[in-house]
Design a protein around this ligand. Sequence first.
Ligand SMILES: [Zn+2]
Length: 323
Amino acid sequence: MSKDKKVMNELKSFIYTQLSKKYNKCLWPKSDCTKDCINAHSIQNSQILDKLASNNHVVMAVARLNLDTGPEEIEFKKVGRNKATTFTGLCKKHDSELFRPIDINEFDVSNQQQKFLFAYRSVLRELHTRIKKAIDSQNIYQEFVNKKQCDPKNMDKPMLDATMAIANAYDLYKYKQIYDNIYNSNSFTKIEHECIRIERNCPLAVSSLFDPIKSIIWLKIPEPKFIVLNVFPQKKDTIILLSYLGDHQKDLRPYADEIINASGEYQIYLLSKTILRYCENFVISPDHFNLFSQQKIDAIKNFYLATVTQIDIDHNDENLMLF
Ligand SMILES: [Zn+2]
């Protein structure tokens, strides 16, 4: 084996090992907690996943890194409900303490604390994902430097990717602190929510957030402004919950209005495209997914993948309807 090939194989092995490591840190807002974390559900287990799962599985977009064939591939796959959408960002005690009000009670649209907790859970999961990505990118970049495959004097793509991953994690860390303060002071009304109930069976659940402004005028915005999106079934209805900081309402409302002001089939079509464009943390009921044709699955997969690199890509295709 040539020396170069040996180095590349060592780097590949380093990357796979790094990516498989868990980032285990309880994000409890009241104090520093060093307890071991559990696989905390970002989408509520006993009420929401229970409605969607079939034989204890749900369908998710799963990314698969193949270092031999190049860019990331995704596949919609059945995932066990105790693995799906979980994150190691809370210990058992704090997960239960934080989210008991939405884990044991049915969703009540007039309850500010419940709506806050849905959004908070999405924020915690996203922060955990971004910190893990920052650590992975930084460690992998450092290993490329150690193996003399990157020169730290050059601002090359691996260096920029690692730096951006850290900046993204830091953005959300600051944003999470605002949520922490609201939680610690019970000032739940500082978050604005738009809640839409549609009388229609909900075949999916989402717990995610996105920054629609930054996606368009990238880097010109000093402070990220996120819309937190939760979609879930309740009895025979679909609940869409859009949440943002009251201070961000003026800027984010136009984006939320697109979905809020639409109606009928078009509303859930727009919602479907928003999910595919911005969200990775969503699950689909396998019974519903099994009804999708191969052509529809390919259209969904291609749109989902295209928007990873080109967030403003857009076209109309009825196959992108997830409901
Ligand atoms: Zn804890």
